[in-house]
Write a protein that binds this ligand. Structure first.
Ligand code: FES
Length: 167
């Protein structure tokens, strides 16, 4: 599915400028995280220990090509996993699907096994640098048996639409 990027970017950027996007985000439960991240606070993921015999696996391909594979628990998000292992994933909005700094590029082999992105995720993806056909947001992907072994690459750059558009 090809994305139409520029018209949606224009609409979203206009929403940021007029405050329409801000009021939408106020309805989200993580507004405080969002606000404190605007002043540069970073949050690290909280990982669960996988139950014996129920370990799932995820591989991150870092910007330098290095691959890191982790045993993880069902339900943990890729953002929490990355931050819990000190990988370079900013997650500026604290995982509330409002910044696109957790952009990942999913191995096409696993892409179709993921649940469809919702409108909020699609809106943020449209503002991500280096968008690809298999781009997703790490905070929106939760580990499950269906995607055990998933491989994702961290893009060379990410864009924090939140802070840049509020400056
Ligand atoms: S952490 Fe901000 S959109 Fe995922």
């Amino acid at each position: 599915m090809l994305r139409t990027i520029l018209p949606r970017q224009a609409v979203l950027l206009n929403q940021f400028r007029t405050g329409a996007m801000h009021s939408r985000m106020q309805m989200k439960p993580h507004t405080r995280l969002w606000t404190s991240n605007l002043i540069g606070k970073r949050f690290h993921g909280h990982l669960h220990k996988p139950k014996p015999g129920e370990e799932l696996h995820v591989t991150f391909i870092l910007k330098d090509g290095t691959q890191k594979t982790f045993e993880v628990a069902e339900g943990d998000s890729l953002l929490d996993i990355a931050q819990g292992h000190n990988l370079d994933m900013e997650g500026a909005c604290g995982g509330s699907c409002a910044c696109s700094t957790c952009h990942v590029i999913v191995d096409p082999e696993y892409y179709d096994a993921l649940e469809e992105p919702d409108d909020d995720e699609n809106d943020m993806l449209d503002l991500a640098y280096g968008l690809t056909e298999t781009s997703r947001l790490g905070c929106c992907i939760k580990m499950s048996k269906d995607i055990d072994g998933i491989r994702v690459a961290l893009p060379a750059m990410t864009r924090n639409v939140s802070s840049t558009d509020f400056e």
